[in-house]
Design a protein. Sequence first.
Length: 156
Amino acid sequence: MDLMSDDEQEWLDEAACAQESNKSKINFFFSDNEDEVEQAKTLCMSCPVRKKCLSKALNNREIWGVWGGASQDEIRDVLCLTEDEREVRRTKKGEAPYCLYCNADTEFLHTGQIDIPGGGRWTVRRTVTCTRCAFTWISRTSANSVDGYRSQYGLS
């Protein structure tokens, strides 16, 4: 059974990592070797679907591997999660979430919410949007930390 939508499969097929010329680097995306991880991140930076890949990783809490040019440690930091998926409130300068797409600081992040029709118990999802590049992701833990940061530093 294929769990991916046709649209998702289409953009995955366009990914730089899916191209035949890059097949030898596919294991770099889940490597413990820093040089290989950096090579994977570099490949992502020229990828035509980088934004979609990064969005998918953040929205689905993909905390293992390189996604959209971000390492698993960077993704965990922005999602405010530990390796074992425990939530961590990050509200201090240098620790709070930042935009993984354009590297904008927390000051450029704003929170919101979207309605999920038929979402059962979870009919609303929290979002974070970067005002510098308009990148948005869904994450309650990131949104809570951004709100805490903005409150702590008197940002509206």
